[in-house]
Design a protein around this ligand. Structure first.
Ligand SMILES: Nc1ncnc2c1ncn2[C@@H]1O[C@H](COP(=O)(O)OP(=O)(O)OP(=O)(O)O)[C@@H](O)[C@H]1O
Length: 744
């Protein structure tokens, strides 16, 4: 067991959800790597940590932290950090260090009372000394607040936010109810507030603590896709979090309902609890869908006649369901079109577009992800955007939760169109649906297209499914597999999977192959041969376009291990290729990488062969895949090339938005298509190895699906109907509106 004590130099990796952190720390000039769970931590903090030192095969010696304490830094260190943080104009880190070295604990007194003496420090003129002193005087109050907050282990950047929010009130907030921070300040969660409360000496069963813990539990649940929790689940989860009896929690629920922080309802005979904003979000979505759902008066005969003409021009014959979809599209304010692969959704959308075009209507197309929008553009010949772009997102760079992020298109500035068509609607969560609906005025037609059997959205809600199951709106369900599509085993087997039928794996097939292997390493070997040698020629694609996708992140066939191994084979180390380590992963020139969050403001440019930019734009989205073209260690930049030659420069710090992408999770593949996909099929948790997961994976392939592994596991996935239950009440909210509002 060893103990180290020093300043956190760099946070190399941090998972904000569970606090898992890899950091480097210096103790008397020695650098150590520490790995462990830290509730909160930031660079520059002083930490004392204890744990065994272990030798990691890849990363070398490191400490697995068992206990740690964030030390209140000795005063001089706090002063130096404050001065060097940019709080005082003209003083950077180096100058701050010199000032504090010169005056030690007396630093601030000198600044306030004898500012002229600052010029004793090398690099400070008398004039500058006076300017600094003026600023220090002005910021005295803030400085005291910063020093106070540091005693509670709060980082400088957070302390600034807290000061800006509360001003002098912050002393009362911290001492009486630090849980308020979790409500008011982005970047502070229950866990951090709880840590501060512990330092202040607030007891475990304080009202504030319990109420904050209840909201935190509900918020965590939204991270798992739920918009509410049954009361019993909420109580047991909150009790585990807070370590107090359920009875002590239960008595606060009513209070919180009166305060409008919770909404308690009954659903199928069970009491359920919402964080109120989610309840009102569902109500709002239900209400807006209802308001959009108006009927047109165009005689059906007339529509059918015109449609015949269009079909003739396009040399296509729609089947009755497709015709019905077009008729409904013309005559309804809201229409949902759903169906599996090859059931003619795209063909139907195209015909609807032609019809609307002939009526000189304004049409807007969008999809939830960049890749899905691109596919929609290709399939329709019409420009499709991401929904975020359609709604004109604006605000802080990158982070969706940043304050100030909003859509320019909303109820006051709605989309100017006669029809809005959304593809891949199964990926739209309740937040995005609310934003979209706010921007669509009744009178503008909204057509939602998607495959309801795909995995639901990553974010909370089960929007498409709920909207369909409510039974209150026009839904056209396309079920027929068209002749051309029925020649594809991918399409035929996808439908079999969806119906829970057995899929013949021994059959000779051109596009649906099963390679039997019963050991993870043999599976990996087979996958490498497929990606490197066999498939590129077979489907006429580059090895980089063939995508390996796997159910999980961890384990022998999880994304993390696969990427490390695949990188070794597909892009091995080479003297000519520069490397940069980030978050514990080595990135190398030539690596295939994926953007893992939406970044609406990052700039890209397309350059011609002379390196001169010919096109520019912004936005790289979650799931976009590219190749590292250059690593510049001097300028600390990594250049990644995305689709269509779009070059993006990432600073080393921004590299946390990138992951290796030789293998990706099936969840991340939603909304994308690839010429060929390769899927390892090996045992895994039953909750994960489900029918709709394998269905989603298989339907990502255009030309070839290769499954590698154990056939019985594949069949077990097809049989595993267990869908992770999502607690979502949108269906009920829609039904309630239709029960209470008289319909014409
Ligand atoms: N009415 C029709 N008559 C004949 N062929 C059709 C008809 N509708 C669609 N098809 C053909 O069926 C195939 C699948 O159609 P389409 O691409 O529209 O389906 P989809 O539901 O969008 O499929 P996916 O989800 O796989 O993209 C295409 O080859 C298309 O040309």
């Amino acid at each position: 067991m060893a103990t180290v004590c020093g300043f956190v130099e760099r946070i190399k990796y941090r998972n904000e959800e569970n606090g898992y952190t890899v950091l480097s720390l210096t103790d008397e000039g020695e650098e150590y790597t520490l790995v462990g769970n830290f509730h909160y931590i930031s660079e520059g903090e002083m930490v004392e940590a204890t744990g065994p030192m272990t030798e990691h095969p890849v990363y070398g010696e490191q400490m697995t932290v068992e206990t740690y304490e964030i030390k209140a830094p000795e005063d001089t260190a706090a002063m130096e950090r404050y001065l060097g943080s940019g709080a005082v104009k003209g003083i950077g880190a180096a100058l701050a260090a010199r000032i504090v070295r010169r005056f030690k604990a007396d630093t601030f007194r000198i600044m306030e009372e004898e500012p002229e003496r600052l010029s004793e420090v090398k690099g400070i003129s008398e004039k500058m000394a006076m300017a600094i002193s003026e600023q220090v005087e002005e910021k005295k109050e803030m400085r005291q607040a910063m020093m106070f907050l540091q005693e509670y282990g709060i980082s400088m950047s957070l302390a600034v936010k807290i000061y800006q929010e509360y001003g002098p009130r912050l002393y009362t907030v911290i001492k009486e109810n630090p849980y308020q921070l979790a409500d008011d300040i982005a970047g502070v969660g229950f866990k951090m507030a709880d840590e501060i409360a512990k330092r202040v000496g607030i007891f475990t069963d304080s009202d504030f603590r319990i109420k904050s813990g209840v909201l935190y539990t509900l918020l965590q649940a939204t991270g798992n896709g739920h918009t509410y929790l049954p009361e019993t689940d909420l109580l047991s989860q909150a009790s585990e979090l807070l370590r107090v009896e359920t009875e002590s929690i239960e008595k606060h629920l009513m209070d919180m309902q009166i305060d409008k922080r919770l909404v308690i309802r009954e659903s199928e005979g069970v009491r359920v609890v919402y964080a109120s904003q989610y309840y009102y979000m569902e109500m709002g979505v239900a209400r807006m869908l209802h308001d959009l759902n108006i009927r047109g008066r165009e005689p059906e005969e007339k529509i059918r006649k015109k449609l015949l003409q269009i079909q003739k021009e396009e040399s296509i014959e729609l089947d009755e369901k497709q015709v019905q979809a077009v008729v409904e599209a013309v005559n309804s304010g809201l229409l949902i079109i759903t169906g599996g692969p090859g059931t003619g959704k795209t063909t139907t959308i195209n015909t609807i577009i032609r019809y609307f075009e002939s009526e000189e209507m304004e049409i807007l197309l969008a999809a939830p992800t960049g890749r899905a929008a691109k596919r929609m553009t290709e399939a329709t010949g019409y420009e499709a955007r991401t929904i975020h772009r359609l709604l004109e997102i604006s605000g802080m760079p990158g982070d969706e939760r940043s304050i100030g992020m909003h859509f320019e298109r909303n109820e006051e500035n709605p989309l100017d169109a006669d029809a809005v068509i959304i593809d891949e609607t199964s990926m739209v969560d309740i937040h995005l649906m609310q934003s979209l609906l706010k921007a669509v005025n009744p009178g503008t037609r909204l057509i939602l297209v998607g495959d309801v059997n795909q995995l639901p959205s990553v974010g909370p809600g089960n929007v498409l499914k709920d909207v369909i199951e409510a039974g209150c709106f026009n839904v056209v369900m396309l079920t027929r597999i068209f002749r051309q599509a029925s020649q594809s085993d991918i399409v035929v087997n996808a439908h079999k999977i969806n119906a829970g039928e057995s899929v013949p794996l021994g059959k000779k097939s051109n596009d649906f192959l099963f390679i039997k292997r019963d050991d993870p390493n043999m599976i990996i070997n087979a996958m490498i041969t497929l990606v490197q040698k066999k498939l590129p020629g077979y489907v006429g694609a580059d090895p980089y376009d063939i995508q390996i996708m796997t159910p999980m992140r961890k384990g022998a066939l999880g994304v993390e291990r696969l990427n490390t191994i695949l990188q070794e084979y597909l892009n091995p180390p080479d003297k000519s290729k520069l490397e940069k380590e980030s978050g514990g992963v080595t990135f190398r020139v030539g690596d295939k990488v994926m953007q893992i969050k939406n970044n609406y403001n990052i700039e890209w440019e397309v350059r011609n062969k002379y390196g001169i930019p010919v096109d520019k734009g912004t936005g790289i989205y979650n799931g976009d895949i590219g190749i590292i073209r250059e690593i510049n260690l001097f300028a600390e930049l990594v250049t990644v090339e995305f689709d269509e030659g779009r070059m993006v420069e990432y600073s080393f710090k921004q590299m946390e938005e990138l992951e290796l992408a030789y293998a990706i999770t099936i969840h991340k593949s939603q909304g994308s298509e690839y010429p060929a996909v390769v899927i390892p099929i090996f045992s895994g948790p039953k909750m994960l190895m489900t029918r709709n997961l394998i269905y989603t994976a298989v339907t990502r392939a255009r030309a070839c699906v290769c499954l590698v592994g154990v056939p019985e596991v594949f069949q077990a996935m097809v049989d595993n109907e267990m869908e992770q239950r999502r607690y979502s009440g949108l269906r009920e909210r829609i039904c309630e509106i239709y029960d209470t509002v008289p319909q014409d």
